[in-house]
Design a protein around this ligand. Structure first.
Ligand SMILES: Cc1cc2nc3c(=O)[nH]c(=O)nc-3n(C[C@H](O)[C@H](O)[C@H](O)COP(=O)(O)O)c2cc1C
Length: 239
């Protein structure tokens, strides 16, 4: 074997390994927490990373937390919203997020219905954990519609922002099968509790909302309900 053919064989093996490595990376993108970044060509709003630590210890926040359904007219600041997004689904280390997730598969997506946040136009947004950014889904005031789709409950219309969590079920059920469904709903509870406790420590109010019309909210968010569905909503506002 001369030098030329040796080099050829080396190149072929190198290319083959490169292709195998690329396939491996592609197949594992979801595991690596990149799934909610696949939107391209959209205008992104990169959120401030100067987070607010809050005034209360974890214990005091647990002790004083209550569901709050009446909100003041004053808006939330972008820094407050950014902190709440980080505390619920922000990336805290590598691809791992603030709230635990079975198998670190992160089936839950965060959408926001923004009504009254400084520096953010009213509208529906999708949060991208990896970049700590928001992508607009639909601009406009959807507060009345959301209230209607949540059994006409006041907090939805008066909140500064509604957190709407959906689940892409297959991310978890492909590993854990039917039991994965339980895990997804457990995870939603973790996320909401983080929101309650962080918001309370910042002097903000939250109420969990379980009563809503899934299909109407899915349609509003342009979610493909074959694969993904809203599972939980929390309203947030200034007390
Ligand atoms: C899964 C779940 C769904 C809920 N759904 C609603 C709801 O649709 N509307 C509402 O006003 N409160 C809702 N709540 C809030 C409860 O009413 C509230 O947590 C309960 O009254 C206890 O009060 P506390 O949160 O102040 O301790 C829900 C709470 C949970 C955990």
């Amino acid at each position: 074997m001369n030098l030329k053919s040796g080099l050829k064989i080396f190149l072929i093996i190198f290319l083959f390994l490169l292709i195998l490595f690329s396939i491996y990376i592609y197949l594992n993108l979801e595991k690596m927490g990149k799934v909610d970044q696949q939107i391209s060509g959209e205008t992104k709003i990169f959120l401030p990373k100067e987070f607010i630590k809050g005034e209360l210890s974890v214990f005091d926040s647990i002790k004083t937390r209550r569901s709050v359904r009446d909100y003041a007219k004053e808006p939330l600041s972008l820094r407050e919203l950014s902190t709440l997004l980080f505390a619920t689904q922000g990336i805290t280390s590598g691809y791992k997020r603030a709230a635990p997730s079975a198998g670190a598969l992160y089936p839950i997506e965060t959408y926001l219905a923004v009504n009254n946040v400084e520096g953010l136009a009213k509208g529906l947004y999708h949060y991208l954990s990896q970049e700590h950014s928001l992508v607009i889904v639909k601009p406009g005031d959807f507060s009345r519609e959301i209230r209607k789709y949540c059994l006409d409950q006041d907090p939805l219309e008066n909140a500064a922002v509604n957190f709407i969590w959906s689940a892409v079920f297959e991310r978890t059920t492909k590993k854990y099968e039917e039991r994965g469904l339980r895990y997804i709903f457990m995870e939603a509870g973790h996320i909401s509790q983080n929101l309650y406790l962080q918001a309370n420590s910042m002097g903000l109010g939250v109420v969990a909302i379980g009563a809503f019309d899934d299909e109407k909210i899915n349609q509003l968010l342009d979610i493909d309900s074959e694969k993904e569905s809203v599972i939980y909503i929390n309203s947030v506002g200034r007390k």
